[in-house]
Design a protein around this ligand. Structure first.
Ligand SMILES: [Zn+2]
Length: 51
């Protein structure tokens, strides 16, 4: 991972991974995802809504 910018006290976020909840708009599955490229674990769709 590259770090951009200076010391900002953002290190905390790296320790506890940011998990967001998503709902798949294709199959309705709800799941937690990490990172930018999140896909539905059920149908591999990236047609997601953050919840
Ligand atoms: Zn899905």
């Amino acid at each position: 991972m590259c770090s951009t910018g200076g010391p900002m006290g953002e290190n905390i976020d790296l320790k506890k991974l940011k998990t967001k909840k998503y709902r798949c708009l294709d199959c309705g599955n709800e799941f937690k995802g990490i990172g930018k490229k999140v896909i539905c674990p059920s149908c591999q769709s990236n047609n997601l809504e953050e919840i």
